[in-house]
Design a protein around this ligand. Structure first.
Ligand SMILES: [Zn+2]
Length: 469
Protein backbone atom coordinates (compact mmCIF):
# COMPACT_ATOMS: atom_id res chain seq x y z
CA UNK A 1 0.00 0.00 0.00
CA UNK A 2 1.33 3.35 -1.03
CA UNK A 3 0.57 5.06 2.27
CA UNK A 4 2.98 2.71 4.02
CA UNK A 5 5.74 3.63 1.69
CA UNK A 6 5.03 7.28 2.23
CA UNK A 7 5.69 6.73 5.93
CA UNK A 8 9.37 6.47 5.24
CA UNK A 9 9.37 9.35 2.83
CA UNK A 10 7.47 11.41 5.30
CA UNK A 11 10.35 11.62 7.74
CA UNK A 12 12.54 12.95 5.01
CA UNK A 13 9.91 15.59 4.37
CA UNK A 14 9.68 16.51 8.04
CA UNK A 15 13.39 16.98 8.29
CA UNK A 16 13.33 19.27 5.31
CA UNK A 17 15.21 17.30 2.72
CA UNK A 18 14.24 16.12 -0.70
CA UNK A 19 12.24 12.91 -0.89
CA UNK A 20 12.57 10.62 -3.88
CA UNK A 21 8.87 10.71 -4.58
CA UNK A 22 6.41 12.91 -2.74
CA UNK A 23 3.64 11.13 -0.85
CA UNK A 24 0.50 10.89 -2.90
CA UNK A 25 2.21 11.17 -6.28
CA UNK A 26 0.65 8.85 -8.84
CA UNK A 27 2.07 5.36 -9.26
CA UNK A 28 4.13 5.42 -12.45
CA UNK A 29 2.74 3.51 -15.42
CA UNK A 30 4.50 0.12 -15.56
CA UNK A 31 7.38 0.15 -18.02
CA UNK A 32 8.24 -3.13 -19.81
CA UNK A 33 11.28 -4.59 -18.09
CA UNK A 34 14.31 -6.09 -19.82
CA UNK A 35 14.91 -9.82 -19.34
CA UNK A 36 16.82 -10.72 -16.18
CA UNK A 37 20.58 -11.11 -16.61
CA UNK A 38 20.97 -13.40 -13.58
CA UNK A 39 20.18 -17.05 -12.97
CA UNK A 40 18.37 -18.01 -9.80
CA UNK A 41 18.26 -21.81 -10.18
CA UNK A 42 21.51 -22.19 -8.27
CA UNK A 43 19.90 -20.41 -5.29
CA UNK A 44 16.77 -22.54 -4.95
CA UNK A 45 18.31 -24.96 -2.48
CA UNK A 46 19.80 -22.20 -0.32
CA UNK A 47 16.50 -20.30 -0.31
CA UNK A 48 14.63 -23.40 0.82
CA UNK A 49 17.13 -23.98 3.62
CA UNK A 50 16.91 -20.34 4.75
CA UNK A 51 13.10 -20.36 4.78
CA UNK A 52 12.99 -23.68 6.63
CA UNK A 53 15.49 -22.55 9.22
CA UNK A 54 13.74 -19.23 9.81
CA UNK A 55 10.38 -20.92 10.31
CA UNK A 56 11.72 -23.50 12.74
CA UNK A 57 13.76 -21.11 14.87
CA UNK A 58 12.33 -19.08 17.75
CA UNK A 59 15.46 -16.91 17.99
CA UNK A 60 13.97 -13.84 16.29
CA UNK A 61 10.93 -13.83 18.56
CA UNK A 62 12.84 -14.57 21.75
CA UNK A 63 15.29 -11.77 21.00
CA UNK A 64 12.47 -9.35 20.26
CA UNK A 65 10.90 -10.48 23.54
CA UNK A 66 14.10 -9.65 25.41
CA UNK A 67 14.36 -6.27 23.73
CA UNK A 68 10.74 -5.32 24.43
CA UNK A 69 10.11 -6.95 27.83
CA UNK A 70 13.51 -6.66 29.49
CA UNK A 71 14.80 -3.43 27.92
CA UNK A 72 11.56 -1.69 26.91
CA UNK A 73 10.94 1.42 24.85
CA UNK A 74 14.00 3.28 23.63
CA UNK A 75 13.71 7.00 22.97
CA UNK A 76 16.90 8.87 22.02
CA UNK A 77 18.82 9.95 25.10
CA UNK A 78 17.30 7.26 27.31
CA UNK A 79 19.18 4.68 29.36
CA UNK A 80 16.98 2.01 27.79
CA UNK A 81 18.30 2.80 24.32
CA UNK A 82 21.91 2.63 25.47
CA UNK A 83 21.29 -0.61 27.41
CA UNK A 84 19.73 -2.03 24.25
CA UNK A 85 22.73 -1.02 22.16
CA UNK A 86 25.15 -2.65 24.63
CA UNK A 87 23.06 -5.82 24.64
CA UNK A 88 22.94 -5.98 20.82
CA UNK A 89 26.72 -5.53 20.51
CA UNK A 90 27.36 -8.27 23.09
CA UNK A 91 24.92 -10.70 21.50
CA UNK A 92 26.12 -10.04 17.96
CA UNK A 93 29.68 -10.85 19.06
CA UNK A 94 28.37 -14.00 20.72
CA UNK A 95 26.69 -14.88 17.40
CA UNK A 96 30.14 -14.78 15.81
CA UNK A 97 29.28 -11.99 13.37
CA UNK A 98 32.14 -10.00 11.84
CA UNK A 99 33.26 -6.44 12.63
CA UNK A 100 30.65 -5.89 15.36
CA UNK A 101 30.85 -2.32 16.58
CA UNK A 102 28.96 0.69 17.92
CA UNK A 103 29.64 3.90 15.99
CA UNK A 104 29.14 6.96 18.19
CA UNK A 105 26.35 9.41 17.31
CA UNK A 106 25.23 12.42 19.37
CA UNK A 107 21.42 12.48 19.57
CA UNK A 108 18.78 14.95 20.74
CA UNK A 109 17.41 14.24 24.22
CA UNK A 110 13.75 15.22 24.48
CA UNK A 111 11.94 14.24 27.66
CA UNK A 112 8.18 14.16 28.09
CA UNK A 113 7.84 14.57 31.86
CA UNK A 114 4.39 14.65 33.46
CA UNK A 115 1.52 15.73 31.27
CA UNK A 116 -2.26 15.94 31.40
CA UNK A 117 -5.29 17.42 29.71
CA UNK A 118 -8.57 18.16 31.42
CA UNK A 119 -11.82 19.82 30.54
CA UNK A 120 -12.64 22.56 33.05
CA UNK A 121 -16.07 23.57 31.71
CA UNK A 122 -18.81 22.74 30.94
CA UNK A 123 -18.11 19.19 32.19
CA UNK A 124 -14.96 18.72 34.32
CA UNK A 125 -13.19 15.54 33.24
CA UNK A 126 -9.79 14.12 32.32
CA UNK A 127 -9.04 13.62 28.62
CA UNK A 128 -6.64 11.09 27.02
CA UNK A 129 -3.59 12.77 25.49
CA UNK A 130 0.07 12.22 24.63
CA UNK A 131 2.48 15.08 24.03
CA UNK A 132 4.11 15.25 20.60
CA UNK A 133 7.84 14.64 20.36
CA UNK A 134 9.96 17.84 20.24
CA UNK A 135 7.13 19.97 21.72
CA UNK A 136 7.87 22.63 24.31
CA UNK A 137 6.13 22.32 27.68
CA UNK A 138 3.61 24.57 29.38
CA UNK A 139 4.13 26.75 32.47
CA UNK A 140 3.82 24.69 35.69
CA UNK A 141 0.22 25.77 36.22
CA UNK A 142 -0.61 24.70 32.66
CA UNK A 143 -2.37 26.62 29.91
CA UNK A 144 -6.11 27.13 30.44
CA UNK A 145 -8.12 28.43 27.51
CA UNK A 146 -11.18 27.95 25.40
CA UNK A 147 -10.93 25.25 22.72
CA UNK A 148 -11.74 25.89 19.07
CA UNK A 149 -12.15 22.75 16.96
CA UNK A 150 -11.36 22.70 13.22
CA UNK A 151 -11.44 19.84 10.77
CA UNK A 152 -8.76 21.21 8.45
CA UNK A 153 -6.11 23.87 7.90
CA UNK A 154 -8.60 25.58 5.54
CA UNK A 155 -11.07 25.90 8.40
CA UNK A 156 -8.31 27.31 10.61
CA UNK A 157 -7.41 29.87 7.93
CA UNK A 158 -11.05 30.95 7.67
CA UNK A 159 -11.19 31.55 11.44
CA UNK A 160 -7.82 33.34 11.38
CA UNK A 161 -7.47 35.78 14.27
CA UNK A 162 -10.56 34.34 16.00
CA UNK A 163 -8.33 31.63 17.51
CA UNK A 164 -6.11 34.19 19.28
CA UNK A 165 -5.66 33.20 22.94
CA UNK A 166 -7.35 29.84 22.38
CA UNK A 167 -6.37 26.18 22.11
CA UNK A 168 -6.78 24.96 18.52
CA UNK A 169 -7.96 21.36 18.24
CA UNK A 170 -7.39 19.73 14.84
CA UNK A 171 -9.99 17.04 14.23
CA UNK A 172 -8.79 15.98 10.78
CA UNK A 173 -10.00 12.51 9.76
CA UNK A 174 -7.33 10.02 8.70
CA UNK A 175 -6.94 9.87 4.92
CA UNK A 176 -3.54 8.20 4.76
CA UNK A 177 -0.43 8.62 6.86
CA UNK A 178 1.47 10.80 4.39
CA UNK A 179 -1.48 13.13 3.85
CA UNK A 180 -2.80 13.45 7.42
CA UNK A 181 0.47 13.63 9.34
CA UNK A 182 0.95 17.30 8.36
CA UNK A 183 -1.47 18.18 11.20
CA UNK A 184 0.95 16.55 13.63
CA UNK A 185 4.11 17.99 12.12
CA UNK A 186 2.92 21.55 11.28
CA UNK A 187 -0.24 22.04 13.33
CA UNK A 188 1.36 23.91 16.24
CA UNK A 189 3.09 26.58 14.15
CA UNK A 190 0.11 27.10 11.85
CA UNK A 191 -2.12 27.75 14.89
CA UNK A 192 0.55 29.93 16.55
CA UNK A 193 0.56 32.14 13.47
CA UNK A 194 -2.97 33.28 14.44
CA UNK A 195 -2.13 33.69 18.12
CA UNK A 196 -3.28 30.30 19.47
CA UNK A 197 -1.71 29.43 22.85
CA UNK A 198 -1.57 25.63 22.40
CA UNK A 199 -2.66 22.98 19.89
CA UNK A 200 -4.15 19.50 20.10
CA UNK A 201 -4.08 17.09 17.19
CA UNK A 202 -6.38 14.15 16.56
CA UNK A 203 -4.13 11.07 16.51
CA UNK A 204 -2.88 10.06 13.06
CA UNK A 205 -4.66 6.71 12.82
CA UNK A 206 -7.71 5.15 11.21
CA UNK A 207 -8.67 3.26 14.39
CA UNK A 208 -8.82 4.08 18.08
CA UNK A 209 -9.68 2.46 21.39
CA UNK A 210 -8.80 5.65 23.29
CA UNK A 211 -5.15 5.21 22.25
CA UNK A 212 -3.30 8.49 21.67
CA UNK A 213 -0.47 8.43 19.07
CA UNK A 214 2.67 10.49 19.56
CA UNK A 215 5.23 11.32 16.85
CA UNK A 216 7.63 14.03 15.80
CA UNK A 217 6.59 17.63 15.25
CA UNK A 218 8.66 20.57 14.08
CA UNK A 219 8.40 24.30 14.73
CA UNK A 220 8.44 26.97 12.07
CA UNK A 221 11.30 29.23 13.20
CA UNK A 222 9.21 32.32 12.33
CA UNK A 223 6.34 31.54 14.73
CA UNK A 224 6.12 31.43 18.53
CA UNK A 225 6.63 27.90 19.92
CA UNK A 226 3.40 26.66 21.51
CA UNK A 227 2.93 23.29 23.22
CA UNK A 228 1.20 20.56 21.21
CA UNK A 229 -0.20 17.14 22.11
CA UNK A 230 -2.10 14.34 20.42
CA UNK A 231 -5.61 13.49 21.61
CA UNK A 232 -7.51 10.29 20.82
CA UNK A 233 -10.13 10.15 18.09
CA UNK A 234 -12.71 9.80 20.87
CA UNK A 235 -11.55 13.01 22.57
CA UNK A 236 -11.36 14.90 19.27
CA UNK A 237 -14.92 13.88 18.37
CA UNK A 238 -16.16 14.76 21.88
CA UNK A 239 -14.63 18.22 21.58
CA UNK A 240 -16.05 18.58 18.06
CA UNK A 241 -19.58 17.88 19.36
CA UNK A 242 -19.12 20.39 22.17
CA UNK A 243 -17.80 22.95 19.71
CA UNK A 244 -20.63 22.41 17.22
CA UNK A 245 -23.28 22.81 19.95
CA UNK A 246 -21.72 26.11 20.98
CA UNK A 247 -20.72 24.78 24.42
CA UNK A 248 -17.42 26.73 24.29
CA UNK A 249 -15.42 24.08 26.21
CA UNK A 250 -12.43 25.25 28.25
CA UNK A 251 -9.40 23.04 28.71
CA UNK A 252 -6.27 22.95 30.83
CA UNK A 253 -3.13 21.46 29.21
CA UNK A 254 -0.11 20.69 31.38
CA UNK A 255 3.16 19.44 29.85
CA UNK A 256 6.66 19.29 31.36
CA UNK A 257 8.23 18.45 27.98
CA UNK A 258 11.71 19.84 27.32
CA UNK A 259 15.07 19.20 25.67
CA UNK A 260 18.12 18.23 27.72
CA UNK A 261 21.63 18.54 26.24
CA UNK A 262 22.42 16.14 23.37
CA UNK A 263 23.30 12.62 24.54
CA UNK A 264 25.78 10.04 23.32
CA UNK A 265 24.30 7.11 21.40
CA UNK A 266 25.45 4.86 18.56
CA UNK A 267 24.60 3.04 15.37
CA UNK A 268 25.18 -0.70 15.81
CA UNK A 269 26.92 -2.45 12.92
CA UNK A 270 27.68 -6.13 12.28
CA UNK A 271 28.67 -8.00 9.15
CA UNK A 272 28.83 -11.29 7.40
CA UNK A 273 32.09 -10.70 5.54
CA UNK A 274 32.05 -11.45 1.81
CA UNK A 275 34.27 -14.30 0.57
CA UNK A 276 35.27 -12.82 -2.81
CA UNK A 277 34.28 -9.16 -2.87
CA UNK A 278 34.29 -8.16 0.81
CA UNK A 279 34.41 -4.45 -0.02
CA UNK A 280 31.04 -4.61 -1.81
CA UNK A 281 28.14 -4.18 0.60
CA UNK A 282 24.51 -5.20 0.77
CA UNK A 283 23.12 -3.17 3.68
CA UNK A 284 20.08 -4.35 5.66
CA UNK A 285 18.71 -2.22 8.46
CA UNK A 286 16.13 -0.97 10.93
CA UNK A 287 16.10 1.71 13.65
CA UNK A 288 16.83 0.80 17.24
CA UNK A 289 15.28 3.84 18.91
CA UNK A 290 11.54 4.09 19.47
CA UNK A 291 9.07 6.47 21.10
CA UNK A 292 8.91 6.55 24.89
CA UNK A 293 5.60 4.70 25.13
CA UNK A 294 4.73 1.05 24.56
CA UNK A 295 7.66 -1.23 23.74
CA UNK A 296 8.71 -0.21 20.24
CA UNK A 297 7.87 -3.79 19.18
CA UNK A 298 6.70 -3.27 15.58
CA UNK A 299 8.34 0.19 15.32
CA UNK A 300 11.06 -0.74 14.98
CA UNK A 301 12.40 -3.41 17.31
CA UNK A 302 10.99 -5.98 14.90
CA UNK A 303 12.70 -4.41 11.89
CA UNK A 304 16.06 -4.49 13.69
CA UNK A 305 15.63 -8.12 14.73
CA UNK A 306 14.73 -9.05 11.13
CA UNK A 307 17.98 -7.60 9.75
CA UNK A 308 20.10 -9.02 12.58
CA UNK A 309 18.52 -12.49 12.54
CA UNK A 310 18.86 -12.68 8.74
CA UNK A 311 22.66 -12.63 8.97
CA UNK A 312 22.80 -14.79 12.09
CA UNK A 313 20.77 -17.44 10.27
CA UNK A 314 23.03 -17.30 7.18
CA UNK A 315 26.04 -17.72 9.45
CA UNK A 316 24.43 -20.67 11.26
CA UNK A 317 23.64 -22.31 7.91
CA UNK A 318 27.24 -21.83 6.74
CA UNK A 319 26.10 -19.68 3.81
CA UNK A 320 28.94 -17.30 3.06
CA UNK A 321 28.08 -14.86 0.26
CA UNK A 322 30.62 -13.41 -2.16
CA UNK A 323 29.87 -9.84 -1.03
CA UNK A 324 29.52 -8.49 2.51
CA UNK A 325 26.10 -8.26 4.13
CA UNK A 326 26.12 -5.42 6.64
CA UNK A 327 23.47 -5.00 9.34
CA UNK A 328 22.91 -1.45 10.59
CA UNK A 329 20.68 -0.70 13.59
CA UNK A 330 20.32 3.06 13.34
CA UNK A 331 19.85 5.31 16.34
CA UNK A 332 17.49 8.34 16.53
CA UNK A 333 15.22 7.79 13.55
CA UNK A 334 12.12 9.00 15.35
CA UNK A 335 13.05 12.50 16.38
CA UNK A 336 16.16 13.53 14.53
CA UNK A 337 17.50 11.10 11.92
CA UNK A 338 20.98 11.68 13.35
CA UNK A 339 21.88 7.98 12.96
CA UNK A 340 21.15 7.88 9.23
CA UNK A 341 23.06 11.11 8.66
CA UNK A 342 26.00 9.95 10.80
CA UNK A 343 26.25 6.67 8.88
CA UNK A 344 26.49 8.57 5.59
CA UNK A 345 29.19 10.86 7.01
CA UNK A 346 31.25 8.05 8.57
CA UNK A 347 31.08 5.83 5.47
CA UNK A 348 31.39 8.41 2.71
CA UNK A 349 34.44 6.73 1.20
CA UNK A 350 32.62 3.43 0.67
CA UNK A 351 29.17 4.72 -0.32
CA UNK A 352 29.80 3.74 -3.94
CA UNK A 353 30.46 0.18 -2.75
CA UNK A 354 26.90 -0.19 -1.40
CA UNK A 355 25.14 -2.15 -4.10
CA UNK A 356 21.75 -2.17 -2.34
CA UNK A 357 20.40 -0.78 0.96
CA UNK A 358 17.23 -2.33 2.42
CA UNK A 359 15.31 -0.88 5.37
CA UNK A 360 12.66 -2.64 7.42
CA UNK A 361 10.46 -0.04 9.16
CA UNK A 362 6.82 -0.77 8.37
CA UNK A 363 6.14 -3.27 11.13
CA UNK A 364 6.84 -7.01 11.08
CA UNK A 365 3.59 -8.28 9.64
CA UNK A 366 3.20 -10.87 6.87
CA UNK A 367 5.84 -9.96 4.25
CA UNK A 368 4.71 -9.21 0.69
CA UNK A 369 8.13 -8.56 -0.83
CA UNK A 370 10.15 -5.41 -1.32
CA UNK A 371 9.62 -1.88 -2.51
CA UNK A 372 12.45 -0.88 -4.82
CA UNK A 373 13.28 2.81 -5.29
CA UNK A 374 11.40 4.21 -8.29
CA UNK A 375 14.75 5.53 -9.58
CA UNK A 376 16.42 2.07 -9.64
CA UNK A 377 17.71 0.96 -13.06
CA UNK A 378 15.19 -1.17 -14.98
CA UNK A 379 17.69 -4.01 -15.30
CA UNK A 380 18.09 -4.11 -11.54
CA UNK A 381 14.30 -4.12 -11.11
CA UNK A 382 14.07 -7.04 -13.49
CA UNK A 383 16.80 -8.92 -11.64
CA UNK A 384 15.27 -8.23 -8.23
CA UNK A 385 11.92 -9.53 -9.48
CA UNK A 386 13.71 -12.66 -10.64
CA UNK A 387 15.29 -13.18 -7.20
CA UNK A 388 11.93 -12.56 -5.52
CA UNK A 389 10.61 -15.67 -7.30
CA UNK A 390 12.58 -17.60 -4.68
CA UNK A 391 10.06 -16.20 -2.19
CA UNK A 392 6.88 -17.06 -4.10
CA UNK A 393 6.26 -20.09 -1.88
CA UNK A 394 5.78 -17.81 1.13
CA UNK A 395 3.92 -15.11 -0.82
CA UNK A 396 6.68 -12.54 -0.51
CA UNK A 397 7.58 -12.17 -4.18
CA UNK A 398 6.22 -8.70 -4.99
CA UNK A 399 8.60 -5.93 -6.05
CA UNK A 400 6.66 -2.69 -5.64
CA UNK A 401 7.16 0.35 -7.88
CA UNK A 402 8.74 2.43 -5.13
CA UNK A 403 10.43 1.98 -1.78
CA UNK A 404 13.12 3.20 0.54
CA UNK A 405 13.30 4.44 4.10
CA UNK A 406 14.12 7.37 6.33
CA UNK A 407 17.43 6.00 7.67
CA UNK A 408 18.84 4.90 4.32
CA UNK A 409 17.62 8.20 2.83
CA UNK A 410 20.96 10.00 3.35
CA UNK A 411 22.97 7.37 1.40
CA UNK A 412 20.20 6.97 -1.18
CA UNK A 413 20.53 10.68 -1.90
CA UNK A 414 24.23 10.00 -2.54
CA UNK A 415 23.32 7.44 -5.21
CA UNK A 416 22.82 4.13 -3.36
CA UNK A 417 19.79 2.16 -4.56
CA UNK A 418 17.30 1.84 -1.70
CA UNK A 419 14.55 -0.64 -0.95
CA UNK A 420 12.06 -1.42 1.80
CA UNK A 421 10.84 -4.70 3.22
CA UNK A 422 7.13 -4.48 2.40
CA UNK A 423 4.57 -6.10 4.68
CA UNK A 424 0.81 -6.26 4.99
CA UNK A 425 0.21 -2.90 6.62
CA UNK A 426 -3.51 -3.19 7.40
CA UNK A 427 -3.06 -2.78 11.15
CA UNK A 428 0.24 -0.92 11.48
CA UNK A 429 -1.30 2.50 12.06
CA UNK A 430 -3.72 1.13 14.67
CA UNK A 431 -0.82 0.92 17.13
CA UNK A 432 1.92 3.08 15.56
CA UNK A 433 3.61 5.38 18.17
CA UNK A 434 1.20 4.32 20.93
CA UNK A 435 1.40 2.56 24.30
CA UNK A 436 -0.11 -0.43 22.42
CA UNK A 437 2.96 -1.11 20.23
CA UNK A 438 3.87 -4.11 22.37
CA UNK A 439 5.13 -7.65 21.80
CA UNK A 440 1.67 -9.24 21.93
CA UNK A 441 0.93 -7.47 18.61
CA UNK A 442 3.75 -9.39 16.91
CA UNK A 443 2.87 -12.75 15.36
CA UNK A 444 5.94 -15.03 15.72
CA UNK A 445 5.27 -16.74 12.39
CA UNK A 446 4.95 -13.45 10.51
CA UNK A 447 8.17 -12.25 12.15
CA UNK A 448 9.92 -15.45 11.03
CA UNK A 449 8.60 -14.96 7.49
CA UNK A 450 10.05 -11.43 7.49
CA UNK A 451 13.43 -12.87 8.53
CA UNK A 452 13.25 -15.46 5.74
CA UNK A 453 12.32 -12.83 3.15
CA UNK A 454 15.12 -10.49 4.15
CA UNK A 455 17.71 -13.29 4.38
CA UNK A 456 16.90 -14.83 0.98
CA UNK A 457 17.03 -11.46 -0.79
CA UNK A 458 20.18 -10.23 0.97
CA UNK A 459 22.00 -13.51 0.50
CA UNK A 460 21.17 -13.89 -3.18
CA UNK A 461 22.03 -10.30 -4.10
CA UNK A 462 25.27 -10.55 -2.10
CA UNK A 463 26.27 -13.88 -3.65
CA UNK A 464 25.54 -13.29 -7.35
CA UNK A 465 28.63 -14.08 -9.44
CA UNK A 466 27.59 -11.38 -11.89
CA UNK A 467 27.24 -7.69 -10.95
CA UNK A 468 23.86 -6.74 -9.43
CA UNK A 469 22.62 -3.98 -11.67
ZN1 LIG B 1 9.92 3.49 12.63
Amino acid sequence: MRFLRSLALLFTLIYGVQAQQPPGSPTPTPVPLPSPTIKIDRYRAAAARIIGAALTSDRAYSRLAHLTDHIGNRISGSQNLERGIEWAVTEMKRDGLDNVRAEKVMVPHWVRGEESLEMLTPVPRKLQMLGLGNSVGTPAEGISAEAVVVRSFDELDRLGEQVRGKIVVYNAPFVNYGATVSYRSEGASRAARYGAVAALVRSITPVSLQTPHTGAMTYDANQPKIPVAAVTIEVAEFLQRMNDRGDRPTLRLKMEAKFLPDAESANVIAELKGSEKPDEIVLISGHFDSWDVGQGAHDDGGGCIVAWEAVRLLKELGLKPRRTIRVVLYTNEENGLRGGNAYRDAHRAEIVKHILAIESDSGVYRPEGFGLAATAPLQMRSNMQEIAKLLSGIGADQIAASGGGADIGPIVREGVVGASLDVNGEHYFDIHHTPADTLDKVNPRELALCVATMAVMAYTVADLPEPFK
